[in-house]
Design a binder for this molecule. Structure first.
Ligand code: NAD
Ligand code: UDP
Ligand code: UDP
Length: 314
């Protein structure tokens, strides 16, 4: 029996970059937060400041195994997100997305909890449609080095929609585009963390390919606001909903901006482009604007300033 009227919220992957910000925000909203994480790519340091809070609880657990809990809402974020991390153990990456989704959906089915899935713009693969809208089915290589992540996330979406159709679950699927901010892992190989660390250490800034490929970067606080708005939206809004910042930059522009902001003596150098690296990526966020009244507010330079300040403390 529930004796408190606080919402009990489960965050899987809560010790990761996005998960730790989400836990923090949910506590501010007055929720009882249970964070489960196997610490594959996240760290206790990301949540150590939350541990003294009596409404926060951490449990080390791998979502590929069943877990029995009583909760009102589930945010399913567990999954390594950077190519370096997810390609280190690709079989585990697929298991995390697929078995993890099945277990969390099973939990949601038993408890009647509403469940949110952290899906990704990677479901669009290397897209021929630009900017990407939710109707676009994507162009994904099923057997390449990114497939463990992309196809795992696509299968998780399938499972979410089948649990909705078959069992009537309350689902919320967000397709997240590149997001950055404090608590990104300094060695995760993602472009923002790499460039900032390289600039801070005075090392060469490694542009893969010729740097003309594009990405659109969302600051973490903007994204988390989108998560809450989607979770709290009406039951018929299942998504998928794109969440990301539509302002697009080339990777070379990003490198030049970070170098200018950090200062120092680093040089821009070209390195081979990894396999299946998407040429372009920019979200169409009309759906989120219309139904969630949401759009990012933090411009790139402002977000980068906070992120650089965080990396300086490491
Ligand atoms: P992250 O690697 O920092 O966080 C993922 C967390 O999941 C880590 O703490 C990791 O230890 C945990 N985890 C991994 N496998 C697990 C398992 N089997 N059981 C329990 N915990 C497990 O990455 P992030 O950037 O915070 O990403 C969070 C979620 O958002 C991921 O699902 C990711 O796919 C999605 N996403 C992120 C971005 C982005 O730009 N950051 C973009 C698209 C989608
Ligand atoms: N599950 C879980 N916690 C729960 C309920 C289910 O981890 O509270 C897992 C369990 O391992 C199960 C999976 O979720 O295999 C899918 O559950 P579902 O009820 O859909 O399927 P079934 O139990 O019939 O296989
Ligand atoms: N990238 C780069 N140098 C780096 C790391 C990444 O040029 O040191 C490029 C990468 O090839 C890709 C883009 O930056 O085109 C974004 O890479 P990231 O791994 O951050 O995310 P994703 O490819 O998953 O969007």
């Amino acid at each position: 029996m529930k004796v408190s009227n606080r919402k009990r919220v489960l965050v899987t992957g809560g010790a990761g970059f996005l998960g730790s910000h989400l836990c923090e925000r949910l506590l501010l909203e007055g929720a009882d937060v249970l964070c489960i994480d196997n610490l594959y790519s996240g760290t206790k340091d990301n949540i150590s400041h939350l541990l003294p809070n009596p409404h926060f609880e951490f449990q080390r657990h791998d979502v590929t195994f069943p877990i029995y809990l009583e909760v009102d809402e589930i945010y399913n974020l567990a999954c390594p997100a950077s190519p370096v991390h997810y390609q280190r153990d690709p079989v585990q990456t697929t298991k995390t997305s697929v078995h993890g989704a099945i277990n969390m959906l099973g939990l949601a089915k038993r408890t009647g909890a509403r469940i949110f899935q952290a899906s990704t713009s990677e479901v669009y693969g290397d897209p021929e449609v630009h900017p990407q809208t939710e109707e676009y089915w994507g162009r994904v290589n099923p057997i390449g080095i990114r497939s463990c992540y992309d196809e795992g996330k696509r299968c998780a979406e399938t499972l979410f929609f089948d649990y909705r159709r078959q069992h009537g679950l309350g689902i919320k699927v967000a397709r997240i585009f590149n997001t950055y901010g404090p608590r990104m892992h300094p060695n995760d190989g993602r472009v923002v963390s790499n460039f900032i660390m390289q600039a801070l250490r005075g090392e060469d800034i490694t542009i893969y390919g010729d740097g003309s490929q594009t990405r659109s970067f969302c600051y973490v606080d903007d994204l988390i606001e989108g998560f809450l708005r989607l979770m709290n939206s009406s039951d018929d809004l299942t998504g998928p909903v794109n969440l990301g910042n539509p302002v697009e930059f080339t990777i070379r522009e990003l490198a030049e901006t970070i170098l200018e902001m950090v200062g120092g003596t680093s040089k821009l150098v070209l390195r081979p482009l990894p396999h299946d690296d998407p040429r372009q990526r920019q979200p169409n966020i009309s759906l989120a604007k219309e139904h969630l009244d949401w759009e990012p507010k933090v411009p790139l330079r402002e977000g980068l300033e906070k992120t650089i300040a965080y990396f300086r403390t490491l």
